[in-house]
Design a protein around this ligand. Structure first.
Ligand SMILES: [Zn+2]
Length: 88
């Protein structure tokens, strides 16, 4: 699961998404689409930056956010299994 801040930011009471908690938990495969994972892989394969440099990874990718990068790094094994072609 990935914990993301709700769009209401501070946990608006009665928010439909977070019920006022200010965050929502989504499954990692729901949060990180195949396209996001592909972007991450492109940056990684380019070798242009250390993948632990989240800010650089964001800048080099098309539209990954810091939260995306952290989530992919944390759940990399699961995502790789899910999205990478088997013959690779
Ligand atoms: Zn909310």
């Amino acid at each position: 699961m990935v914990r993301i801040n709700c769009k209401c930011v501070f946990g608006v009471k009665g928010c439909l998404h977070c019920s006022g908690r200010g965050y929502v938990d989504v499954s990692v495969e729901e949060f990180i689409t195949a396209d996001k994972f592909r972007q991450y892989e492109e940056v990684r394969e380019s070798g242009a930056t250390n993948m632990f440099d989240g800010i650089m990874v964001c800048e080099l990718s098309d539209n990954l956010t810091r939260v995306d990068v952290t989530a992919i790094r944390t759940h990399y094994d699961k995502l790789a299994e899910l999205y990478m072609t088997k013959e690779k």
